[in-house]
Design a protein around this ligand. Structure first.
Ligand code: ZN
Length: 395
């Protein structure tokens, strides 16, 4: 490892998607972890010109994806974290373009969630070789038993600020997002606490009415998990949680763009209301993602995967996470929903980065940001992934 201390300097040529738009003849200069230049090749500062170069004019370079809602992949679930499983999950999702993620827990006992904090925190303390785990998203256990979906209802409890405070104290900064049902006991106080600590307060698995969601947004609620799924639907006299999210600009919306969880027309309606920095592409991927059909688990519940569709074994009507990857969701938003490249990229990178307070370091291709870069071909297939300036090899 003679080169271990040498900063890797490189130029990546191609069409470069920057916050100012797509640069046709572009280049990115990366040194060490950071982007030093991203823009028109004609304006590349002389001091970078001799760096080793790769890429061709037809390549498309876009920012790495940020997935704030992912439960696992490649046969592993964050609920059963150890170094081997965290390596497998992050290795798989890095090959699918995810450069930053939140380890997402399920509704489970406090001790089971404690264990995930401990394992993920130890993993983060060492050098993460693949997708960077920015922290955790606690999906439950403060949800509604009526909309539990694939969350185990046995472990549902009222919102508990003592637990949150203990986790925040023991693992400072690790909680980045908490999903709860705002109509439940203690939920509004929990939302105030979360926002005071800079944590995303999201609604999901919720029986809340339109009015209850608006009241929660007044308290600081600022995101909705897997829009349209596991929430009260929109009825024209009773707009429900779905109607409140569409109506209220303070609430960002996560979407699983796999063509299974939500009809493409419903995604299209959503994107007309939530396109401006408040739409987040997520996978909600479970352990079977990247593997073939068969029997798996999500958290501690048995799951059947058929044709890539994951449902609870004991309740085939309940979708149990997805087998979606970020690159497939990104393609779906462009090819089936009709978003522009810029819009799909923002939903997959910059908006989720901002939702976890990291928009100054990741989420777009700009000088000063981390070198999290994807190289795509004309059909949006991934041909290269860089995380912190390092090329990732996953095969
Ligand atoms: Zn989930």
């Amino acid at each position: 490892m003679a080169e271990i201390n040498k900063e890797l300097e490189q130029l990546l040529f191609g069409k470069v998607l920057t916050p100012q738009g797509l640069i046709e003849h572009g280049v990115i200069a990366v040194s060490g972890e950071q982007i030093h230049y991203a823009g028109d090749a004609a304006w590349l500062p002389e001091r970078y010109a001799h760096w080793p170069a790769s890429g061709q004019a037809t390549d498309l370079l876009i920012p790495g994806f940020v997935d704030v809602h992912v439960h696992g992949g490649a046969g592993h679930d964050f609920m059963y974290s150890d170094t081997e499983s965290l390596n497998a999950i992050t290795k798989f999702h890095s090959s699918q373009g995810t450069t930053t993620m939140l380890a997402t827990t399920m509704t489970a006992s406090k001790s089971a969630i404690d264990q995930v904090f401990s394992e993920v925190s130890a993993y983060r303390a060492a050098e993460m070789p693949y997708t960077q785990i920015a922290g955790m998203h606690l999906e439950g256990p403060f949800i509604s038993p009526k909309w539990s979906g694939a969350q185990n209802p046995e472990h549902i409890v009222p919102a508990n600020i003592e637990w949150l405070a203990q986790w925040e104290n023991d693992y400072p900064g690790m909680i980045r997002q908490v999903t709860l049902a705002p109509e439940r006991e203690g939920a509004l106080e929990a939302i105030l606490w979360l926002r005071k600590h800079g944590i995303t307060a999201a609604l999901g698995h919720t029986d809340a009415s339109f009015e209850e969601v608006i009241a929660a947004a007044d308290a600081g609620l600022n995101q909705a998990v897997h829009m349209f799924n596991a929430m009260t639907p929109l009825h024209h006299r009773k707009p429900g949680a779905a109607g409140a999210i569409l109506f209220d600009k303070r609430i960002r919306a996560e979407i699983i763009a796999d063509g299974i969880h939500v009809h493409p027309a419903a995604i299209s309606i959503l994107t007309r209301l939530k396109n401006e920095n408040n739409l987040l592409l997520i996978t909600d991927a479970m352990s079977a993602t990247g593997l073939s059909d068969g029997e798996y688990t999500i958290g501690d519940l048995p799951v059947l995967v058929q044709d890539g569709i994951a449902t609870l074994k004991d309740n085939p009507a309940a979708l149990a996470g997805s087998t979606l990857t970020m690159i497939r969701g990104f393609r779906y938003l462009i090819q089936e929903v009709g978003l522009s490249l810029e819009e799909a990229s923002r939903a997959a990178s910059l908006t989720p980065a901002a939702s976890i307070g990291m928009e100054r370091s990741i989420g777009s291709l700009e000088a000063g940001k981390r070198g999290d870069i994807l190289r795509l071909d004309a059909e949006f297939n991934i041909c290269g992934v860089w995380i912190g300036g390092r090329p990732i090899t996953t095969s």
